[in-house]
Write a protein that binds this ligand. Structure first.
Ligand code: NIG
Ligand code: FE
Length: 427
């Protein structure tokens, strides 16, 4: 320890969930090993963790050092900062008018086919100024932080022209620079075929490949590329073409796969070596097995299947049994999942996907970090990792999904700084 100080000592932690242990994405029974410690403490310096474990041991380890500040956790539960690995954060407008259609039984794909759904958000996003998009996304990001998220992935895909996609991606970049939550940017020009290319989808696919991907790369505006591979949106063949082009340019790749119909998107994720495949409600055993072999993280989105009133949900139990690493996410977007709350996702992960609270937390920390390629720096409380921690108004993990629909977060520490205190933003 080169410097003789501790910036912050969080002590008197009743239950400290560290997620220590395995650095690879967790599968099967490993998803239940959450590295929980009773009466714990965490010592931080320069935004990083320098000691973590049982309070006695931590105090002993740092006894020679000057502790600049202390935070008494009052016996509460502490976990690593939550990671939301799949959101459509930056967009214009909202779609509460779809609720009525949904209640009348009109399906998500029918609404899209009629030029609504994603395409109505495309219209609102194109019409919005960069400032308007920034203000709206910042407000959502604040909510995410208040609910415990410290790192969030953000996709474009509501511009669908080069300029409008770049506009969304610039907002993500600005927010990343000015907001305490870290953002991971994904280009999703292949989110829908825009109305002007309805009769010529291949021309749009070529536009994504030839114009958009190289320019996004040149400007360094995204780390990942994602495609909505779905009946009536992009075919498996088109998705393969786009993702291969992205891979060649050096993007990491992701895919919205087999959400509504079993298209073979999960197989494609395995074939191409996607870092993650999302939704997967209709993924077949064959598709899941291809993902398992290639180590693709399954990002399940239970708030989406809940909000779309689908009878079925992603088969998380089968995935866990088959050895596919499972992550969870809000899928925050104005259509299929208008919620920023990862705590709601915890409840739905338990009640609708059949996951245990331990599996759910693994899915929202270390496995979510893997789904966005950030497991070296976040997702667990270990020496040298970013000091991202959440303190809850609860004494045990099961209480979070059990007492649902409210916010349990008391304090959030992001990169060593207290950014939420008593449930209020203080950054
Ligand atoms: O992940 N499935 C495709 N894209 C989003 C929904 C976007 C929207 O409806 O605006 C999703 O659910
Ligand atoms: Fe999505």
């Amino acid at each position: 320890m080169e410097k003789k100080t501790i910036d912050l000592l969080v002590h008197n932690i009743g239950s400290l969930v560290t997620m220590q242990g395995k650095s690879a994405a967790r599968t099967g029974s490993e998803m239940s090993n959450i590295g929980a410690i009773e009466q714990g403490a965490v010592a931080l310096r320069d935004g990083k963790i320098v000691a973590v474990g049982r309070e006695e041991a931590v105090l002993d380890e740092i006894k020679e050092l000057t502790v600049t500040a202390k935070l008494d956790a009052e016996g509460k539960l502490v976990t690593p900062g939550l990671v939301d690995p799949h959101t459509h954060l930056v967009h214009g407008g909202s779609r509460e008018h779809e609720l009525d259609l949904k209640l009348k039984g009109v399906s998500y794909l029918e609404i899209l086919e009629q030029g609504g759904g994603i395409l109505s958000t495309v219209k609102a996003t194109r019409e919005a100024s960069e400032e308007q998009l920034y203000t709206k996304a910042k407000s959502s990001l604040d909510t995410m932080l208040l609910y415990g998220a410290t790192t969030v992935e953000a996709k474009s895909g509501y511009g669908l022209t080069l300029e409008d996609e770049l506009k969304q991606l610039r907002v993500t970049k600005e927010l990343n620079q000015h907001h305490p939550v870290d953002l991971v940017s994904t280009f999703m020009g292949a989110h829908a075929v825009p109305s002007e290319y309805k009769e010529h989808p291949m021309v749009y696919v070529d536009l994504v490949i030839e114009d958009m991907l190289p320019e996004v790369k040149r400007q360094g505006l995204a780390e990942y590329c994602d495609v909505f591979c779905e009946h009536g949106v992009f075919t498996v063949e088109q998705s393969r073409k786009i993702l291969n082009a992205a891979k060649e340019l050096g993007f990491g790749i992701k895919i919205h796969a087999d959400e509504i119909e079993p298209m073979g998107g999960a197989q494609l994720a395995g074939e191409l070596g996607c870092v993650s495949a999302e939704h997967l409600l209709a993924a077949t055993d064959e598709g899941l097995s291809a993902m398992q072999q290639a180590g693709v993280v399954a990002v399940c989105l239970p708030a989406t299947s809940f909000n779309l009133r689908l009878k079925d949900h992603a088969r998380a139990r089968t995935m866990i049994e088959m050895g596919v690493p499972v992550a969870l996410s809000t899928d925050y977007n104005p259509g299929s999942s208008p919620t920023e709350s990862l705590q709601l996702v915890m409840t739905l992960g338990c009640l609708n996907l059949g996951m245990t609270p331990e599996e759910v937390l693994t899915a929202l920390t270390i496995n979510a970090a893997h789904a966005i390629g950030k497991s070296e720096t976040i997702g667990s409380l270990e020496i040298g990792k970013q000091a991202d921690l959440v303190i809850y108004n609860a004494s045990n993990l099961a209480y979070l999904p059990y007492h649902f629909g409210i916010n349990h977060v008391n304090t959030v520490i992001k990169n060593g700084q207290v950014v939420v205190e008593n449930g209020t933003l203080v950054y």
